[in-house]
Design a protein around this ligand. Structure first.
Ligand code: PGA
Length: 250
């Protein structure tokens, strides 16, 4: 049985005081939910303060990206040991905003993922097709290419610690959610790919989250799908009432 993971991606929102406030709300929301994991990924500027707010709780701290080197001349990047140093446990990698706005390519994403694993951070590897790709019937080919290159040179022992997030680009921040059938189809396809790249055991172990306009009113139906193991939530993670309902999906 895979453990559900409800993750909030706060993107470029919230100052330190707001972030700490929301983090405290998430701790309360997650209290007593011992059968699921909860993660929040604040902006880098709030990580340290949020780490303190999470102390003694079961909520994992996540980063929104991670560099591929331990240190060096990489202006604007944050190294994995720096994140570990302040208590970060997970890192979102290859988010569609990184791919499409900032031009991160598959090779870069693979390097980030391998560095995260090497330094003991759990990567959340994001994958997803654009609207044009979906309408052109290319969804599965795009997912396969992204997964293959994302996991290139990642051995079984590390791949099984990786979390995947299927996030159709056309559903992110648009209010359009993939139907539960579309999401389940993509998740089952990704799980099948994991079985073929590695083995069936690994495929059954790896958690695959859905992301893209997850809200209180669609989370239960999404989570009821056989291959949907959690959610990566943007907009609805910024309000405690909606994120609490998502964390407490039924
Ligand atoms: P959204 O964002 O929930 O606002 O659509 C999801 C994401 O980008 O991870």
């Amino acid at each position: 049985m895979r453990r559900a993971l409800l993750a909030g991606n706060w993107k470029m929102h919230l100052n330190i005081a707001e972030a700490v406030d929301l983090a405290r709300g998430v701790v309360e929301a997650a209290a007593g939910c011992s059968d699921r994991d909860v993660m929040i990924a604040p902006p880098f500027t709030a990580l340290s303060a949020v780490a303190q707010a999470l102390q003694g709780s079961q909520v994992f701290l996540g980063a929104q990206n991670v560099a591929w080197e331990a240190k060096g001349a990489f202006t604007g990047e944050i190294a994995p040991p720096m994140l570990k140093d302040i208590g970060v446990r997970m890192a979102i990698i290859g988010h569609s905003e990184r791919r499409h706005i900032f031009g991160e390519d598959d090779a870069m994403i693979n390097r980030r993922l391998r560095a995260a694993l090497e330094f003991g951070l759990t990567p959340v590897l994001c994958l997803g097709e654009t609207l044009e790709e979906r309408e052109g019937g290319k969804t599965m080919a795009v997912l396969e290419a992204q997964l293959r290159s994302g996991l290139q040179d990642v051995p079984t022992g590390q791949a099984e610690q990786t979390v995947l997030a299927y996030e159709p680009v056309w559903a992110i921040g648009t209010g359009k959610t993939a139907t539960t059938e579309q999401a389940q189809e993509a998740h089952a396809f990704l799980r099948g790919l994991l079985a073929s790249f590695y083995d069936k055991n690994l495929a059954e172990t790896v958690r695959i989250l859905y992301g893209g306009s997850v809200k209180p009113d669609n989370v239960d139906a999404l989570m009821a799908q056989a291959d949907i193991d959690g959610a990566l939530v943007g907009g609805a993670a910024l309000k405690i009432d909606s994120f609490k309902r998502i964390v407490r999906f039924q």
